[in-house]
Ligand binder design. Structure first.
Ligand code: TXA
Ligand code: MG
Length: 333
């Protein structure tokens, strides 16, 4: 399948590019598009044949449900059978934005989208390209991150092409995404609500709006769909083995002495950095680090060292999503 890349303006996307992408989607095709978090791989969420193509293109296990993207709150309500006061408050506070709400699914949502489960995950993305596309299509778009299953999420169109060229119809390229990490996923079907995936909207921000929530995905009985992305043993992982250490400088020096090629990812400069390692320094604030993390890991993967060594990032609530993704990235199987 030939895959075109259409370059477009991130702030005011060209109407002809959006129209072309919309035609492909309404005909059952797959289009990768930017959101404020990472690039998504979109299909018409109401067309189960199209959604099936997402699973094939990504090599995604059928038991992993997909987030549905909509243009605005009223569109989200059409996909669910219950819209609690908590959903109303959170949507008003955080949409458009990187918060995904899990709610009881309406009959119009194909079972494939929800991996056969009774709930659907829905969000309104805060990116002009994603919103223009959703408005033009006038259907909800099922869109997981636009990468092969278990691999790093894409924050640039080139990352999408590296994983999915030949498997999808079109990529809308509006440059790098600003958020850099995937949305926060919150299950509103439990009491108290449960944080299934930490993200750019923090637990504290959510609790300020709806009160107490609990953290951590509940592990299902293995028969149903995954309740939490955390059940994917390996996720968000670069191809190169990766370790996260508080004394990364010493580890890098050791590996260099063994003659190994090392990619070294830190958030601060080291005056006495060991020679010969490929050093990448991310910003020392959580937002800046999140924005750059996947791009840095993609770049290190391209260089292809024997090992990636990551200096443990700072602690604090705003760093939880970073720690979560790095922990998953260290799992090898
Ligand atoms: O920022 C994001 O959320 C990006 C952009 C493209 O929107 N999307 C994304 O999708 O990260 P994906 O599929 O890579 O991750 C969504 C996660 C899945 O791992 C899945 O387990 C969880 O959300 N999820 C989806 N539907 C669910 C449901 N009904 N119940 C519980 N978890 C669900
Ligand atoms: Mg993903």
């Amino acid at each position: 399948m030939p895959c075109d890349v259409l370059r477009l303006n991130a702030d005011s996307p060209e109407a002809d590019a959006i129209a072309r992408a919309s035609r492909i989607l309404l005909a059952g095709g797959l289009v990768a598009f930017p959101t404020e978090t990472v690039y998504g791989l979109g299909a018409n969420a109401l067309d189960s044949v199209a959604v099936g193509r997402i699973f094939s293109a990504k090599g995604r296990p059928a038991l992993n449900p997909i987030i549905v993207h909509v243009a605005a709150k009223p569109d989200a309500k059409k996909l669910v059978t219950d819209w609690p006061a908590q959903a109303e408050k959170l949507a008003d506070q955080f949409w458009p934005g990187p918060l995904t709400l899990v709610l009881p699914k309406a009959a119009c949502v194909p079972d494939l989208v929800t991996a056969g489960g009774p709930t659907v995950a829905v969000r309104v993305p805060a990116h002009p390209v994603a919103l223009a596309l959703l408005r033009k299509c006038d259907v909800p778009l099922a869109a997981p991150s636009a990468n092969r299953s278990t691999e790093l999420s894409p924050t640039r169109a080139e990352h999408v092409m590296q994983g999915l060229a030949g498997r999808i119809d079109l990529v809308l390229d509006a440059g790098p995404t600003l958020g850099g990490l995937e949305s926060t996923v919150l299950d509103l079907t439990t009491d108290p609500p449960r944080l299934l995936r930490p993200g750019l909207v923090t637990a504290g921000q959510i609790q300020a709006v709806i009160g107490a929530i609990v953290s951590g995905g509940s592990i299902g009985n293995g028969a149903g769909p995954l309740r939490s992305p955390g059940q994917m043993v390996r996720h968000y992982a670069p191809k190169t083995p990766l370790e996260v250490l508080t004394d990364s400088r010493r580890r890098v020096a050791d590996l260099r002495q063994q003659g190994l090629q090392v990619g070294w990812l830190t958030w601060r400069d080291f005056a006495d950095a060991p020679a010969g390692a490929t050093l990448m320094i991310l910003p020392g604030d959580a937002a800046g680090y999140s924005t750059g993390l996947y791009a840095a890991l993609h770049q290190l993967d391209q260089i292809g060292p024997d090992q990636i060594v990551v200096e443990t990032p700072p602690n604090g609530e705003e760093w939880l999503a970073v720690h979560d993704r790095l922990r998953r990235a260290t799992t090898r199987s």
